[in-house]
Each structure stands twice: as structure tokens, then as C-alpha cells.
Design a protein around this ligand. Sequence first.
Ligand code: BG6
Length: 500
Amino acid sequence: MQKMDKPVIVCIFGAAGDLAQRKLVPALYNLYLDNAVPEHFAIIGLARKVDHGPFKEQMHTAVDTFSRRGKVDPERWEHFAQNLSVIDGEFTDPEMYRKLAQDIQNYEKQWAAKADHVYYLSIPPGLIGNVITQLDKAKLSKDRSRDRVVIEKPFGRDLESAEALNKLVTSAFDECQVFRIDHYLGKETVQNILAFRFANALFEPIWDRRYIDHVQITVAEEVGVEKRGGFYETAGALRDMIQNHLLQLLCMVAMEPPVSFEADEVRSKKVDVLRAIRPIDPGEVYKCAVRGQYGAGYFQGTQVAGYRQEPNVSPSSSTETFVALKLFVDNWRWQDVPFYLRTGKRMPVKSSQISIQFKPVPHLMFPGSSADHWEPNRLTINIQPKEGILLRFQAKQPGKGLRLKTVNMDFFYEDSFTVQAPEAYETLLWDVMQGDGTLFMRADQERVAWTTIMPVLDVWSKTPSADFPNYPAGTWGPEAAEALIARDGRSWHAPALGNM
Ligand code: BG6
């Protein structure tokens, strides 16, 4: 990442919260260590009931704990933290914004230069409207080229609320100033899908319905809902993971080649995919979608609680912690190729992978016995934990006679590149500071993503599941998820790499 020339001030609303501590401030510190922030750079935290001294201490501990580089170097931290300050107040109070405007002005005076202003809203969804309105009133949103707002997911909780939020946000900011964040798009391997597909001539000619049998996208998490029960109860896996992360991964796999790497070009190609997803008929939801909720179980030999026993979760909750979904993309490239998506908490391993299953060869000339273990080709894009790409193909087993065996050809980031990859939030924050929206969700993307899942959301909210909890913690989800894919004569692919 190159060093920026223009001064930048990052204002983090909710600076004492979990995201700021785990991700945002460590990411900004790492960008600083990589020499990627400008010489004139400041972070202003906005939070409730936090004083300057304790705030700095808190951020120091956060970076020590969560930075990918481990504990901070005291000298470098001191330098970084010189321009780290906090404004204590209420997000609804105009006074907070007056102070913010004043602090920004002071920095700009001191630097004798205008800065770009990034307003990062790491706050509960219910407060976003207030902050946007106050920023607007304080005239902090007016400069199209220098004022930017970053909004965390979930962007709304359904199509209607997302539309309303969008209206409000765009009444204060122009669309080009709005950065709707989906941290999956900042992951190196996710970005690498574009390089893999469009910088190599080898795969694109076979990347369609003639050669591909189906696509599977799995995002499995080992963790349960942790301390986020309060939020999760209002979300569930469909809103929390499918509407954003998994649909974005689907877009990366299914999109047409963009003409250039410009933000709007890339985003338009993704919107085309979302628009082509076959609408789900509410009457058919039971055929193409499965929900699950984990009960008590065992994880790595230790007993763990069920979702309903987690803090801030209702003992009769009908919130889903697992979703499996079958979708089709109705266009020339993908007609009738199923895309199977699944995600869940408390799965046996952490694994995010995309698996492209190719069709069988038209005629297998080998005698039956030699091809007992024959399998069609499969390409696996492993997003985490071990980032890489694997191609499975057939080889002859050494020895007399001819016996086929499936073997792997693989590429791993850590083997091929010696530099440590930046974390998703580093990439995304750097892009926001540059004003590059390529990896962010445009309003129309959000809208179509909500439209895609609305029939499922509606049906599920009207008919709470009768069998929750329906999978024990530490397993691959409910049996119905196996049946969903087994009905098509297929099965879920085990993680190619698992938790390594
Ligand atoms: C977040 C979800 O967006 O992504 C969390 O809100 C989830 O529920 C997380 O745990 C997973 O992200 P990652 O990067 O750990 O796969």
C-alpha cells in the first residue's frame, strides 16, 4: 500500500465498542506501521462516557491484544497515538458535532491543509439515522470529495428498512460519499477470485453451465453467538451472513468479466448477478431453504451451551444460527447450475470455501475397476483459515495396471508470498481513505440482495420453526440441510483444508 499525500481524519462513532477495538484501531495502527497513512493523520473517537486518558489506554490494550503483529512497539505507538483523541458525549446531542467540527478545524489549521474526513459508524443500527442527521446539520457531510461515511452491516433489517435508511443517508451524503462495508470483500482470497478468473486465460473458457455442474459456498464458524446475543436475536444467519457475505461471494464467482477495474464497472457486474438470481417463490421456500439452530453439544471435547442458553437470548428463541439455501442464476452463463450456500455457527471447524464442481467427462474409457474412486474435477477456493486454491484431478496410481486416484494441485498464500497479508479492515479502511468504492456495496446492490432473501425472511418470520434446536453444537447443521442437496443427487463437500 502506498503512502497517501492528502491529510486524513478518521472519526470513529462507537470508538469504545467491540469492532473499534478488535478491528478498526488495530487496522489503522497496522496501516501506520506499513507507512500507508499520510503524514498528517488523526483519529477522533466518539463515544459515551469515555475520558481521554482511559480511552488511549483502552486502545493501547486493544492493539496489543488484537493486532496481527502482536504487542505494539512503545515508541511507534507513542507516535501513532499523538493524534488519537476522543469526544465524550451522546450521539443525539448537537454539542458532540460542534466539538467534532471544532477538532477537525484545529487539525486543519495546525497542518495548514484541508483533510479528508471519514466518519465510521460503528454503532447500533438504531442510532445511524441520528448520527447522519446531526452530521448533516453540523455541515460535516457537504463536501462531496472530502466527506465520507462508512456504514457497517446490517444495512437495515429488511428491504423496507434498508430503503428507508438509504433515503436518509442519501439525503445528507451523495452516493459517491457512502461506503457500505462488507468485510468479506476486503479479504485477500476474496479479492483474489477476480485475479484468478480475469488475469488467467485458463479458467474463464470453462467457467459456465457447459462445464460446471454446481457451485457450493460454505462459511462455517466454530464460535457460537458469543456475547452478541442481543444483536443476533434481531438478526439471525440469513440477515447476518447470507444477505451480505455469501451473496457477495456468489457474485464474485458468477459475475461477467468487467471491462475495467473501476468501482462502478465492477459493482455493476455484481449487481447484474444479483438481479439474475431466480426469485424464490414463497410457496417453495421449504424446498430451497433450510434453517437451523444449535442446541447444546460438544466442541473439541468440551461441552458447550445451546443457542437458547447463551446470554441475552430468549429461552424460546426462533432465531436461526444456520442456513442452507439453493439458488439459481438465470442468465446464459449459469442457467440451471445450482448454487448451494450454507453458513452456520458452532460447526465442527472454521472454514470458508467456495467449491466449483465440474461435470464428469462425457465418456470414461477406463475399465470399471480402475476407476472405482474416480471423481469429477473440483476447484476449491479456500478463503479461511488457510488461504489458497486447490484443484482436484485424476492421476494414474503408480504400479502395474491402471488405477485412477484423485490428487490435489494447490497454491497457498503463505507458501508463495512471504509478506503477511493485510487484514480485511486494513484494506477496506485504506480504500475509504483513498475514496475508492470498488469493494463496497452500492445502494442498488444492497437493495437486490435484500430482494433476493425477502421471500425466505417473510415465510420464516410468519412460521417459527417447530423443531429448534435442530442440530447439536459441533455438527454440520440439521439433517434437512443434507436432504436439500441429497435430493439433487449431490452432497456437501467437506472442508478441503479444515482448521489448520
Ligand atoms: C460478521 C457477522 O459479519 O461476520 C458475524 O456479523 C460473523 O456473526 C463474522 O461471526 C464472520 O466473519 P469472519 O471474518 O470471522 O469469517
